[in-house]
Design a protein around this ligand. Structure first.
Ligand code: IVH
Length: 698
């Protein structure tokens, strides 16, 4: 799939049309709608440059889904709807690769690369070699086969000869097209190799979800990707937002000579043109080994800025005939080598374990290690989550442990090294009582976490205040974790409402508190009273209520007190609220102490009101943003804005990438010019706007 400007323009026009129309009426129209969806999938998942808002994509997708439901005879195997497998994977059949999946020889420094180049030159007789250099993606390797332009099979690497059939799961990776026009290159069957990844951002999100459920995080994005590919439920695979880079055409059959590229870089270009995410933008074709070494070093320096993990670079002889001439050993090709970046693993000794009590009473063991440097930071403490995790990693006091830090990801213990034990290692004993308030710890049947259930436990109280003032909650600037602890220990602060009743005279006597810092503190506390309701809800630290859930809850009420009236059953009707979350929220609002705290916060002047207009539920324009500009002749601006809002849409104050629609009247000026430069904005005439409203009626 190419995205030439003319294709982009015609696809955008088609998008606007489909957003305004009823379901397709013929099989042909249905295929046209599919083309539009495929175009947007490519923009989003391969080019990372979406042209429409998520809710618009969802709208078009649902339109297609409804059509296919009404006309099953129009469904095609490569329809975007066919990514979602309905049945579970019972087991993964073993399948043979068309050609073995080899691994790469490794190099670690410039000298190793010079040796590699010398060997290549000797064997090929060339005086200077042209190389293609690209990142070495740190994920799970995979092989995909296309026949007659359709994806027919995907497999894991396995032992290199046979792997597991993961076709259904791989269809959940939206950067892998279900159909690709290889026939344009005369290719009938092709096997392509690539790497499945989880981006650093998605990995962090995924781990924070696990943490909210009290499940220990995964060690690194590589494990997350590999594990995801072998999940039983394809829908769960879909939720993990995996990505794939395809970097090697391992085998193909052709019906016409002369169309298939003759270089590796040409193959990457072909894959890119066909809609795959190949390392087209990251790769460089370079003459001679010195340029290769320079590029590897330059890329290594940028490693942390990439959105995904790489663990090195891969250097390949670019000419495919030369590759064939050079051949391979039993393990690796002679025409390629990996240049591995400096390890982000290290070994240290587990000296002790501290038990920390968190905001929800969860008791978390933290491993204390001999300080060790990994990838530029010194690590001496690592959370080891819970008792099950300690057992699973087989950790003993005094053990040598392997530590990994994947980029900006928090360091983790990968495993212990039992071979290095000398008999002095001791088991880790979990406390039976809270290390802070000494009350007995409790554990729920389906959880791995021991908790202190004394809601007054000083450790919990202080952590709750720290959470309340934190950046994503009430964002009380100039009041950080250390200050909360200090004030608490000095008896100047004992609970959340206490923040708004501080004794500034006493604080003025403390070291480091002058008139200016007190004034700053006062004003940021005052400002925090007006924070939007969702921040307050998040700040309350209700178990299982993260930022997204807090927003959902805020949107569902007009005043925080409305939540007092909600039963767990009623809460279950909200988006993403399951029984656990509903019970936790209902439990919070059933607790007299909590209600008293909320009353007090209201009394102290905090905003408990939902100020953003609650979207008309199910409004046809929900989530869409509009702006009107120029002289409107067919309707009054105010009326039009009201109509948009009544249908759940939102009016923006200016042109930005957040804007979905700009409605243009006569003599429109700078706003129109600005909007034209942002491709995702759909520009509507007054008539088109009226047609959109009419189409969305009901
Ligand atoms: S080429 C015959 N290119 O690294 C050559 N491999 O041990 C096939 N990898 O198993 C491999 N990024 O999973 C190649 N740009 C890249 C790669 C890459 C990551 C992985 C691949 C392979 C391992 C090498």
């Amino acid at each position: 799939m190419m995205t030439k400007p003319d294709t982009t323009a015609s696809m955008q026009a088609a998008t606007t049309q489909w957003l305004q129309s009823a379901a397709p009426a013929t099989a042909h129209q249905t295929e046209q709608l599919r083309e539009v969806l495929r175009f947007h999938e490519h923009r989003y998942y391969v080019l990372n440059d979406p042209l429409i808002a998520d809710n618009e994509y969802d709208h078009l997708y649902k339109l297609l889904q409804q059509t296919e439901l009404a006309h099953p005879e129009w469904v095609t195997p490569t329809s975007p709807t066919q990514r979602v497998g309905s049945s579970l994977n019972s087991s993964f059949a073993s399948v043979s690769h068309l050609v073995p999946m080899l691994s790469l020889d490794n190099s670690y420094n410039a000298e190793d690369l010079l040796d590699f180049d010398r060997r290549v030159r000797e064997l090929s007789g060339l005086s200077e070699v042209t190389y293609c250099v690209e990142p070495k993606f740190d994920g799970a390797s995979m092989s995909v086969i296309y026949e007659n332009d359709q994806l027919v099979r995907s497999a894991t690497r396995g032992d290199g000869v046979q792997g597991d059939d993961i076709t259904t799961n791989s269809k959940q990776i939206r950067s892998i097209p279900l159909a690709a026009a290889f026939s344009r290159y005369g290719i009938q069957q092709v096997e392509i190799r690539g790497e499945v990844l989880m981006s650093k951002k998605n990995f962090a999100l995924y781990n924070s979800k696990l943490a909210e459920e009290g499940i220990p995080p995964l060690a690194n994005p590589r494990n997350a990707a590999a594990g995801s590919l072998r999940m039983k439920d394809p829908q769960e695979v879909g939720r993990r937002n995996l990505e794939a880079f395809l970097y090697h055409v391992a085998f193909y059959t052709t019906t016409a000579d002369g169309l298939v590229p003759t270089t590796h870089s040409g193959m990457l270009e072909m894959l890119w043109q066909l809609g795959f995410r190949s390392p087209q933008q990251e790769k460089r074709v370079l003459q001679g080994i010195q340029a290769v070494i320079d590029y590897c070093l330059a890329f290594e320096a940028r490693r942390d800025d990439l959105p995904y993990e790489i663990d090195g670079m891969v250097i390949k002889v670019d000419d495919l005939q030369r590759q064939e001439q050079l051949g391979q050993t039993t393990h690796h090709p002679r025409w390629a080598i990996a240049y591995k970046f400096k390890a982000r693993q290290a070994i240290s000794t587990l000296r002790g374990v501290e038990f920390q009590v968190g905001r929800t009473g969860a008791v978390t063991p933290v491993a204390k290690l001999d300080p060790v440097g990994i990838g530029g930071v010194t690590v001496s403490s690592i959370s080891i989550h819970n008792q099950d995790y300690i057992a699973e990693k087989d950790l003993l006091l005094g053990d040598q442990v392997l530590i990994e830090r994947a980029g900006d990801v928090i360091p983790q213990i990968v495993r212990s090294l039992p071979d290095k034990r000398n008999g002095t290692q001791q088991p880790i004993h979990f406390p039976t009582h809270c290390p802070v308030c000494q009350s007995q710890l409790a554990k729920e049947a389906d959880e791995a976490v021991w908790r202190c259930i004394n809601i007054e436990c000083p450790a919990q109280v202080v952590e709750r205040i720290i959470h309340f003032v934190s950046k994503d909650a009430l964002d009380i600037r100039s009041f950080g974790e250390q200050q909360v602890r200090r004030f608490y220990e000095l008896g100047l602060l004992k609970d959340i409402p206490g923040l708004y009743k501080l004794d500034y005279e006493a604080i003025g006597q403390l070291d480091g508190f002058g008139t200016k810092s007190i004034a700053n503190l006062r004003s940021s506390l005052e400002a925090s009273k007006q924070q939007p309701l969702h921040r307050l809800i998040y700040g309350l630290g209700i178990r299982h209520v993260g930022e997204t859930m807090a927003k959902t809850l805020a949107r569902s009420v007009q005043h925080l007190n409305d939540l007092r009236e909600r039963s767990a059953e009623q809460l279950l009707t909200l988006e993403d609220v399951g029984p656990k979350v509903a019970a936790s929220i209902a439990g919070f609002f059933a607790n007299a102490q909590n209600l008293q705290m909320l009353d007090e916060l209201a009394h102290l002047g905090l905003n408990l009101q939902q100020q953003e207009a609650a979207p008309t539920t199910g409004g046809a324009l929900t989530g869409k943003t509009f702006l009107f500009t120029g002289t409107l002749e067919k309707f009054k601006r105010q009326q039009a804005e009201l109509q948009v809002e009544e249908k759940g849409g939102q009016i923006l104050g200016g042109v930005s990438s957040k804007l979905n629609y700009l409605v243009v009247g006569a003599d429109a000026g700078s706003k129109l010019e600005k909007a034209k430069k942002i491709p995702s904005i759909i520009i509507l005439t007054e008539d088109e706007f009226l047609a959109l409203l009419a189409a969305e009626q009901g």
